[in-house]
Write a protein that binds this ligand. Structure first.
Ligand code: NAP
Ligand code: MG
Length: 500
């Protein structure tokens, strides 16, 4: 084990890392059928953290069978809604109690700041479990006032709908918010009474496994939540499995399209949270002192490894030079270092692969003729650190303007009219999120309506809440997670009609 800051680790994190990660199937911690393992690494050093079971199609199949059994015939399938509520709530409490441990583990596996992970990733995951715990007792159908035009005169009916769980849900999550994305998916699925097979990202399997221990501790029946660590082939097996009723995926648009194809075999339900290249629009009348740090956070939060990152920064031409320079100055002052160092504000990218990909975009941007106001290269010689980079002198056709980089890189473009900027901002295959900064409320709301994006944040960025639906227009996805919408993603309607 090579760790960035070994001495500051919580004893529970050390203990967790002292044993290999195994698969959670039917309430048992088991090895992969093949006996194979893979290593997960600390991106601050490139050193190996621990070995984890390498789950494949056979393991996915075992997990799906366990989930099916738990769904059809188990204490879970007979459980009352308020009992499910208490179990799910307990996960929220356990996460809160262990926030430091989860935060450190997330930091080690992903590279993000342990302090931020504790508050954002773990704190919010706990909130998500509590929010959906409350939903378990509030999933309702309705009575319907039917006319039954073909029925004999005088016949009476009692018609109503039920909202029922879908069954076995396959859930595939990425590495950028490993625990949080698992929470977004597992919590509503359980609230509705489904069972789950979770496939964490190969880069960041650890917090999902620790979360798996909490389900045992909280008293969930075996097989309700199953966790299979592994690679893309395990995800592919899950999305193609004929006994899976729904697949929920967060990750790249490219893999999202593969999931849709794989799901075609049994026409399982599909929901997708995919990539983005979100516009962040700063009008000249914005509050400069709030818009500068807000716009920095928009693209730099989580090292830019965020699907909603505001990486196309549109700035009104009158303030373009001053504003972009202020953002670049703020970016150049960000302290870079390992996520376990409490003074560091920007950690390493998640993996060598991601580091190489972002480095390629930096070279491409410079070769195309973009100018870096700050950054433009790697930081230090060890680990996968990249300097925050602000590109100006860019054209809409540059790859750094069109494609999702998933790193600490922003491209700034000037504009001179409200209509022009919304047209330019909408010129993208993606439509996940957008930011608007202005003091003019009419302009703010007009612009919000014109932007083709699933979430619009005004005078803030990353304005998420568990109660607010989240998802993408265009190629950024199908369906909405969070809020009441996610309960709909995990239930289906049954229409019952009784002749009285
Ligand atoms: P990815 O391949 O889309 O990975 C997301 C999840 O899907 C992982 O659990 C992955 O497993 C799994 N997976 C891979 N191939 C699959 C398949 N054929 N069928 C089913 N599941 C499959 O993303 P990535 O390779 O980690 O990152 C590539 C790029 O995607 C990033 O650079 C970024 O641009 C984008 N991305 C977007 C988001 C987002 O939130 N929108 C998140 C992550 C990445 P493995 O990890 O084992 O491959
Ligand atoms: Mg890792």
């Amino acid at each position: 084990m090579t760790l960035a800051a070994e001495t500051s680790l919580h004893s529970d994190v050390r203990e967790f890392l002292s044993r290999p990660g195994r698969l959670l199937i039917d309430g048992q911690w088991v090895d992969a059928a093949s006996g194979r393992t893979f290593s997960t690494e600390d991106p601050a050093t490139g050193g190996v953290l621990v070995e984890v079971a390498h789950g494949e199609a056979e393991d996915i199949d075992r997990a799906v069978r366990a989930a099916r059994k738990a769904f059809e015939d188990s204490p879970w399938s007979r459980m009352k809604a308020n009992q499910r509520e208490r179990l799910i709530w307990r996960i929220g409490d356990l996460l809160t109690e262990r926030a430091e441990v989860f935060g450190q583990l997330e930091s080690l596996d992903n590279g993000k700041s342990a302090g931020i992970a504790q508050v954002v990733d773990v704190g919010w995951a706990a909130d998500v479990f509590r929010y959906y715990a409350g939903w378990a007792t509030k999933i309702e159908g309705k009575t319907v006032n039917v006319s039954m035009p073909f029925a004999p005169e005088g016949a009476q009916f009692h018609a109503y709908t039920l909202r029922e769980p879908l069954g076995v849900c396959g859930q595939i999550v990425p590495w950028n918010f490993p625990l949080l994305m698992a929470a977004w998916k597992i919590a509503p699925a359980l609230a509705a009474g489904n069972t789950v097979v979770l496939k964490p990202a190969e880069q960041t399997p650890l917090t999902a496994l620790l979360l798996g221990e909490l389900f045992e501790e909280a008293g969930f029946p075996p097989g309700v939540v199953n966790i299979v660590t592994g690679f893309g082939d395990a995800g592919a097996a899950l999305s193609a499995h004929n006994d899976v009723d729904k697949v929920a995926f967060t990750g790249s648009t490219e893999v999202g399209k593969l999931i849709v194809q794989a799901a075609g075999g049994n026409l399982k339900k599909v929901s997708l949270e995919l990539g983005g290249k979100s516009p962040n629009v700063v009008f000249a009348d914005a509050d400069f002192d709030i818009a500068v740090p807000g716009s920095l956070n928009a693209w730099l939060f989580n090292h830019g490894q965020s699907c909603v990152a505001g990486t196309r920064l549109f700035v009104e031409d009158r303030i373009f030079d001053k504003f972009t320079q202020a953002v670049a100055d703020a970016a150049s002052q960000v302290k870079i270092g390992p996520g376990l160092d409490p003074t560091s504000q920007l950690g390493p990218l998640v993996s060598k692969e991601q580091f190489d990909k972002v480095s390629r975009y930096l070279s491409e941007g410079l070769a195309d003729g973009a100018r870096a106001l700050t950054g433009g290269k790697r930081f230090g010689d060890d680990g996968y650190f990249i300097e925050p980079t602000v590109f100006v002198d860019v054209k809409p056709e540059f790859s750094i303007v069109r494609e999702e980089i998933f790193g600490p890189v922003v491209a700034a473009l000037p504009f001179n009219a409200e209509e022009g900027v919304t047209a330019a901002a909408n010129q993208s295959d993606f439509g996940l999120a957008a930011g608007i900064w202005t003091r003019d409320i009419s302009k703010a709301h007009r612009t919000a309506r014109s932007l083709r994006a699933g979430s619009v944040w005004i005078n803030q960025y990353n304005g998420f809440d568990t109660a607010m639906p989240f998802g993408g227009f265009k190629q950024s996805g199908w369906g909405r997670e969070l809020g009441a919408e996610s309960v709909e993603l995990y239930t289906q309607t049954k229409a019952v009609n009784v002749a009285l």
